[in-house]
Ligand binder design. Structure first.
Ligand SMILES: Nc1ncnc2c1ncn2[C@@H]1O[C@H](COP(=O)(O)OP(=O)(O)O)[C@@H](O)[C@H]1O
Ligand SMILES: [Mg+2]
Length: 307
């Protein structure tokens, strides 16, 4: 399902004061489920009438929603409003100058678009969409980690996911084949654009058994190196490996755990199982699970010893 980046339609229509209004809604959502109109007006340094008028516009563009059956008029930011704020911040920092309306990737939890930097480079801009698609493993993982915190709103969680993925890419890009991180803001991560194809997209005809065997070997070698370094992906599958002209990259790192976490061994076993099963099912590549697993367990143990 390809979704349009609604924020891009609204963006050119927005004035500086609209961004102040959106910021006012965003910041006050820490304290209110529905942010009172008066609080937004105060934050944006506008009279209530002007604030209300601008909020009406923002509502019609899909950036906020309004509710008035609580004894007061209140507003919430939508995911499109949140996108808008992230795009604005990234543009102001000189990270991206433009974002293409054509979506390049759609995952379980994110929409990925092509961005263009001021120096005309192509980058990937990944907007986390947690909240809408909460049945995923990533949402469950973060729900578990943060269930004891007060702020479990999608705003907070999707921001945390972006931060975590940026962290993982920063840790791993010097030693392994993962996208190079460029910046993050709110729920958005900007990273190196990978020209390639998701493994899951490749049909049996496009990749024969022998070639698939080579690809699997490359993935396992790469992942072994990462595990030895002390990181477990926790959502490895044919959907999170990209095949490029000269090899493979492993993407989608937001739910990584370190091998210091005792549960990481269980996640690692699941990663290996999912990967080997995919190669068996899709490309009829048979490998000895126990033999592979033994190597990974050793790497896992080794990484813990080194701490
Ligand atoms: N750096 C990138 N360059 C190019 N395409 C990307 C990049 N990162 C992700 N994609 C595309 O977007 C899809 C979704 O990204 P992913 O990180 O897997 O998010 P999700 O959590 O939604 O699965 C990927 O499967 C891939 O096709
Ligand atoms: Mg993915």
């Amino acid at each position: 399902m390809v979704s349009k980046l609604l924020a891009l339609d609204a963006y050119p229509k927005l004035r500086d004061l609209d961004f102040r209004v959106l910021r006012g809604v965003e910041l006050n959502m820490r304290h209110h489920r529905w942010v009172p109109l008066e609080d937004i007006a105060r934050f944006a340094r506008l009279d209530v009438e002007t604030a209300s008028f601008r909020l009406g516009k923002l509502d019609s563009w899909g950036l906020v929603v309004r509710r008035s059956d609580m004894g007061y008029v209140g507003y919430q930011l939508t995911i499109h409003g949140y996108d808008t704020l992230a795009i604005r911040a990234l543009a102001k920092k000189g990270v991206v100058e433009a974002i293409s309306t054509a979506q390049v990737g759609v995952g379980k939890d994110a929409d990925v678009y092509v961005g263009i930097t001021p120096s005309r480079e192509k980058v990937a801009v990944k907007f986390n969409r947690i909240g809408g698609r909460t049945s995923s493993r990533k949402a469950r993982y973060h729900g578990r980690v943060f269930q004891n915190k007060r702020h479990t709103s999608w705003l907070y969680v999707s921001r945390l996911i972006a931060q975590r993925e940026y962290e993982a890419l920063t840790l791993l890009s010097p030693i392994a084949r993962v996208p190079k991180p460029i910046a993050w803001n709110r729920h958005t991560v900007v990273m190196e654009f990978i020209e390639g194809r998701e493994l899951a997209e490749l049909s049996d005809a496009e990749m024969g058994r022998e070639e698939a065997g080579e690809v699997l070997k490359r993935i396992l070698d790469e992942y072994l190196k990462i595990v030895r370094f002390g990181v477990v992906h926790s959502d490895l599958s044919e959907y999170n490996v990209v095949l490029t002209g000269d090899g493979i990259l492993i993407i989608d790192w937001a739910q990584y755990v370190t091998t210091a976490d005792p549960e990481s061994l269980e996640y690692l076993e699941r990663d290996i199982t999912v990967l080997l099963n995919a190669f068996k099912r899709r490309w009829h590549v048979e490998v000895d699970f126990q033999e592979v697993w033994q190597r990974f367990k050793e790497a896992w143990t080794e990484s813990r010893g080194a701490e």
